[in-house]
Write a protein that binds this ligand. Structure first.
Ligand SMILES: [Mg+2]
Length: 292
């Protein structure tokens, strides 16, 4: 397992799940006042599809040390719980894979043969980046492989690459260098253009303004989601709680934006998850192979 960091991957997965569970609380209308007051919503916080899929990524890495696409497709399909908030295209794809369908045909056939450019490949990939901490090129290659199983569109793949590289990079990099290093691995396109725009917005502090320029996941595309999450991660690399409040305050696809940011931030060895938060979060499933 040389060059691999199972402990960082586990920490990232716990951060991702906590972000997902925290963010999803704000879809409950009664919890909205907690967002403006920055008080924690009442327990229990349930995680969603972001975490369920990330657990499968983590499970495959733990068993194989690398992404095996057939194994990953099988894991996604067999662990698929319809009630965890998957999008309609993914619900259908995973059901068909479970019934014996070929994930390659199904994933490339989505959306008139364009493949999905949703944020679903990015939302689950931070622990993979952490697994390959210090080797961003390897993280990028494995992330692309993990994305293709469900999200064949180049923007969805680019979004997954960007998030994995973010989680694999040295956490002590200054914000601007951090985004520059990520862009070195992301192919040209909307996601990369968005990250370049995020780089230019590092001097502003208002997340609502940043999200207005970069997107907040409301359109659930990779390019409407990933640039803003990396803007937050670049600015708040050291403070999990602050990063979560900043991310959630921008609205949009909040479980997914918080899952991405949480997974990237928690991949840094010196960042601890706040105990008061983790106590409210639903535990990971046993099959994820993570002991609290
Ligand atoms: Mg979700």
């Amino acid at each position: 397992m040389e060059g691999m960091s199972p402990s960082l991957a586990r920490a990232s997965l716990l951060g991702l799940a906590l972000g997902d569970a925290f963010g999803s609380q704000f879809f409950v209308p009664a919890n909205r006042p907690h967002l403006s007051a920055r008080t924690l919503p009442p327990a229990p916080w349930q995680w969603t599809d972001d975490t369920e899929m990330a657990c499968s990524v983590h499970d495959v890495l733990t068993r194989r040390g690398a992404v095996d696409q057939d194994d990953l497709a099988h894991a996604f399909a067999t662990r698929h719980d319809f009630d965890r908030g998957y999008g309609p295209a993914t619900n259908r794809l995973l059901r068909l894979v479970r019934e014996g369908g070929d994930w390659r045909e199904l994933a490339t056939g989505l959306f008139d043969g364009n493949g999905s450019w949703g944020n679903g490949a990015a939302m689950r990939v931070a622990p993979l980046g952490a697994w390959f901490a210090g080797d961003p090129a390897r993280a990028a290659a494995e992330a692309a492989s993990s994305a293709e199983v469900t999200h064949a569109h180049p923007e969805a793949v680019a979004g997954a690459v960007a998030v994995a590289v973010a989680a694999a990079l040295d956490p002590s990099l200054p914000a601007g260098r951090f985004l520059d290093r990520i862009m070195e691995h992301v192919p040209p396109g909307l996601v990369r253009t968005g990250i370049a725009e995020a780089r230019g917005l590092l001097t502003i502090a208002d997340p609502l303004l940043a999200a207005r320029m970069l997107g907040n996941g409301r359109r659930v595309t990779a390019h409407d989601t990933v640039p803003f999450t990396l803007w937050v991660a670049a600015r708040e690399r050291r403070d999990f709680a602050k990063a979560m409040w900043t991310t959630a305050s921008a609205g949009g696809d909040v479980d997914t934006t918080c899952a991405i940011v949480g997974g990237v931030i928690a991949a840094a060895p010196d960042v601890a998850l706040p105990a008061e938060w983790t106590a409210r979060c639903e535990p990971l499933p046993d099959w994820a192979g993570v002991v609290r």
